[in-house]
Write a protein that binds this ligand. Structure first.
Ligand code: ADP
Length: 268
C-alpha cells in the first residue's frame, strides 16, 4: 500500500509540474490539463490497486493455507501472482516511458541493428505472456539493417504484443511481419481478435483513450500513445486497421535512409 502511495504521489508530482507549465497557456488548455491529470490519477490508482489486491490475496493464501494446499492449487496461486505482477511491471514501464516522453527527454540511442534481434528480444521478454497464443514471425529474407534505439522499439513491440494478448481470445494466433520498400521498413503486428470498433482506429493512439473495458483487461490507455511517440521520434509512422479476415493489424514504419535529425516533440 505504501509502495502504491509513493508511486501515485510521484506521478502526481510529475503531473503537477506539467500542470504548472501549462498555466502559462490558455485557460482552455488549463482545463484540459486538469482533466488529464484527474483521469491519469484515477486510471493509475485503479490499474495498480486491482493487481495489487490480487497479489495480496494470492500470496496471503499461499502463506496462511500453505499446509492445506495441494501442488496444483499452489501453482495456480503462484501463476496468479506472476500474472498480476507482470501487469504491474508493464504499467510501471509505460508510466516511466510516459514521464520521459512528457519531459521531452527522449534521447535516442540509435544503433544499426537487424530487426530480427529486436523482435527476438521482445518475444523472449514476453515468453510467459504469449504462452496461450501461437506467434508466427514472417520477416522477409535479407532485411536491411535499421538505425534504431532497440530498447525503445522493443517497448513498441511489447505494447503491441501485450495488446494482441489482452484483446483477443486465448489460442488465437498473432503474427509479426516486416518488409522493406520505398526507403522504409514496414512492420506489422496482427491478431485475430474482435478488432477495433469502427471510427476508433486513430483515437486509440491518443493518451488515455480506451475502447475495450471488459473486466480489467486493459491498462491506463497509454501503450499506443507511447508507441506512437517512440515511432515518430524515429521519423516513422504508426497506424491501425481492421483486417477483412477479422482481427486488428498495427503497422509502423522505420526509415532505411539517414534518419532525420529533428528533435522530437510530444504532440499531446
Ligand atoms: P490500454 O491497452 O492500456 O487500454 P493502449 O493505448 O495500448 O491502452 O490501447 C488503447 C485501446 O486500443 C485499448 O483500450 C483497446 O480498446 C484498443 N486496442 C489496442 N490494441 C487492440 C487490439 N489488438 N485489438 C483490439 N483493440 C485494441
Amino acid at each position: 500500500q505504501r509502495l502504491l502511495e509513493t508511486f501515485v504521489s510521484q506521478i502526481a508530482l510529475a503531473l503537477e509540474r506539467v500542470r504548472l507549465a501549462a498555466e502559462a497557456q490558455s485557460a482552455q488548455l488549463k482545463i484540459e490539463t486538469e482533466q488529464l491529470r484527474n483521469s491519469l490519477l484515477s486510471a493509475i490508482s485503479h490499474d495498480l490497486r486491482t493487481p495489487l489486491a490480487a497479489i495480496v490475496g494470492a500470496s496471503s493464501s499461499l502463506v496462511r493455507d500453505s499446509e492445506r494446499l495441494d501442488d496444483v492449487a499452489r501453482r495456480e496461486l503462484g501463476q496468479a501472482i506472476y500474472d498480476e505482477a507482470t501487469r504491474m511491471a508493464s504499467l510501471a514501464n509505460n508510466l516511466l516511458d510516459m514521464a520521459r516522453l512528457q519531459a521531452g527527454a527522449i534521447v535516442l540511442n540509435r544503433q544499426w541493428q537487424p530487426l530480427e534481434e529486436v523482435v527476438g528480444a521482445a518475444l523472449a521478454g514476453m515468453n510467459a505472456r504469449l504462452a496461450d497464443h501461437p506467434v508466427t514471425v514472417r520477416l522477409t529474407r535479407d532485411l536491411p539493417l535499421v538505425e534504431i534505439d532497440s530498447l525503445l522499439i522493443e517497448r513498441v513491440f511489447a505494447n503491441l504484443l501485450d495488446n494482441a494478448v489482452k484483446y483477443t481470445p486465448p489460442g488465437t494466433p498473432i503474427e509479426i511481419g516486416a518488409a522493406a520498400a520505398a526507403g522504409e521498413l514496414t512492420v506489422t503486428v496482427s491478431d485475430r481478435g474482435h478488432g477495433i470498433p469502427a471510427g476508433e482506429e486513430k483515437l486509440i493512439f491518443e493518451k488515455f483513450h480506451r475502447v475495450a473495458s471488459e473486466g480489467n483487461q486493459g491498462g491506463a490507455g497509454l501503450g499506443l500513445s507511447i508507441s506512437r511517440s517512440i515511432i515518430e521520434a524515429h521519423g516513422g509512422k504508426i497506424w491501425a486497421e481492421n483486417l477483412s479476415t477479422g482481427g486488428a493489424a498495427f503497422h509502423f514504419t522505420l526509415l532505411l535512409s539517414e534518419p532525420p535529425s529533428i528533435e522530437h516533440e510530444e504532440n499531446a
